[in-house]
Write a protein of this length. Structure first.
Length: 77
């Protein structure tokens, strides 16, 4: 599935890229995942506490970067 980079807006393939090909930003953000509960700041699948700051601006070491349960909010139903 194609998603827009939250940093620069470039189109990227989420299935085979974890980082934006233009600006190198992490593409999988918890804030964009259907499994993230913003009010509780937790992942509903793993029950992990994920701070809102990390959910919005993940690093290469963040949970979302290589999450196998990641489900993009913007994908077509």
């Amino acid at each position: 599935m194609e998603i827009k980079c939250p940093n620069c807006g470039a189109e990227n393939w989420l299935e085979n890229q974890s980082r934006c090909f233009q600006c190198n930003a992490v593409l999988r953000r918890c804030i964009d995942c259907t499994n993230y509960d913003r009010r509780a700041a937790t992942c509903t699948t793993t029950n992990a506490d994920i701070d809102l700051r990390e959910a919005e601006h993940p690093s290469v070491l963040s949970c979302s970067t290589n999450c196998t349960n990641y489900s993009y909010l913007g994908q077509a139903a």
